[in-house]
Design a protein around this ligand. Sequence first.
Ligand code: HEM
Length: 405
Amino acid sequence: MTAASETPALPTTRPAGCPYDPPETYATLREEAPTSQVRCPAGMDAWLVTRYSDVRAVLADRTMSSRGASSVHVNAGADLDGDFEVEVSPGSIIQLDGRDHSRLRKMVLAEFTVRRVEAMRTYVQELVESHLDAMLAKPGEADLVRDFALPIPSLVICELLGVPYADRERFQHQSGVLVSTDTTREQGQQAYEEISGFLAGLFTDKRKNPQDDLFSRLIARGEATGDALGMEELVMLGLSLLVAGHETTANMIALSTLVLLDHPQQRDVVLAAPERAVEELLRYLSVVQFGVLRYATEDVQVGTRAVKAGEWLVAALNSANRDEELFPAADKLDFHRESPRTHVAFGFGAHQCIGQQLARVELQEALTRLFRRVPDLRLAVPRESLAYKHNTLVYGVRELPVAWG
Ligand code: HEM
C-alpha cells in the first residue's frame, strides 16, 4: 500500500440533494480503480471493493476472515492498526470463521426456514395493525420512526428470543439504548450488561422449562445431539440477533416509507407486488452503508488487484448494488427489474443474512398495511428539515414526522 498520508478516506459523503444515493466517488471507482486503498474511520487501511462481481467474489471466498465483521472498521477512535487481533466471543456468529461458524449457523438456520418465518407472518401482521391503531389514535401526527418503524422489529426479536410479555417494555427500552446511535459509551455498556444478564436468566429458565420458541429449541437440539450451546454462546447469539435485526429492519421501514412518499405514483406497485418492490427497495437503499469488512488470511487476487495475507478489505454493498453491469439505470428506483433478488443488500456467501426472510416479511407487511390504511400519509415537516444517519453503520432517517387526514 502507499504511504499512509496519501491514503484517501473511506468515502462516506452522499451527494447533496439525494439522500438515497451512495457517495458519488463509487461510480468513478468502479470504472477506474475498482479495488482501491482507503483509510477507515477506525484508523486501519483497507482495500475498498466496489464492483458487484468482486464484492461477491470476496464474500464467497472462504480464505477471507470475518473476525472484524460488524462495525470494527467504522468504529472511530478504536485506534487499530493493520495487524491487530480481534477478540471474538463464542456465539458472535457474524465474526466466526470456518467450522466454528458453520456449526452455529447450521443450528440457527434450522430456525429461519421459509416455513418457520411464514409462521411468524401472522404475528408480524398483528403487530403492524396494532401499531397503526395506536398511531392513528393520535391527533393527526406522529413520528413514524418512534411509533412504527422501531418498535415492530424490536418486538419481533422479543418474540424470537421468547422474552416474556411482562419484560418486553423494559427489554425494548434497553435494546433501544444498545442499538441507538445517540447512546454514550457508558450508557451502551450499561445496556449491554443489563441485556446480557437478562438473557442469561432467560436462557437458564428455558433450559429448565422449555417453551415453543427459537432458543428453547436450540437448547434442546444441542443437548439431544451432544453439542449443547454454552451460556456465553447463547447470550452472544441472542445479542447478535438483536443487534443484526433491529436497526437494519427499522431503518429500512422508515427510509422505504420516505421513498414512497417521494414516489407516490409507485405506491400501487408496492401494494400489488410487495415481494418485488421490497427487493428493489433493499437494493436501492442498501442501508448497511459502509459495507462489510473482511481480513485476507492468504494472498488473493481481487479483480486485477493482488491482495496480501494480513490486509483488510471492505466489500462496498451499496456500490455493488448500483453497478450498471448488473443493474441498468442503477440509480433509478425501478420496481420492474428482471431478477430483483440479485442484490447484495443482505451480503453474500457464508455469512449472508440469516434473518433475510424475516426482514422481507416485516417490510412487506409494514409497507403495504401502512399505505393501505393511511393512503393520505404525508410529511408533516419540510422535506429539507429531515436529518439522516450519515455516520452510523446502518443508514436511515433520524425522525420521520408524518401527518394524515
Ligand atoms: C433489512 C434488514 C436487514 C439487512 C439489510 C441485513 C443485512 C445483513 C448483512 C449485510 C449481513 C452480512 C454481514 C457480513 O457478511 O459480515 C447480515 C448478517 C446477519 N443478519 Fe441481517 N440484515 C437484516 C435483517 C436481519 C434480521 C431481521 C435478523 C434476525 C432477526 C438478522 C440477522 C443476521 C445475522 C444473525 C447475521 C449473521 C449471519 C452469519 O454471520 O452467518 N438480520 N445481515
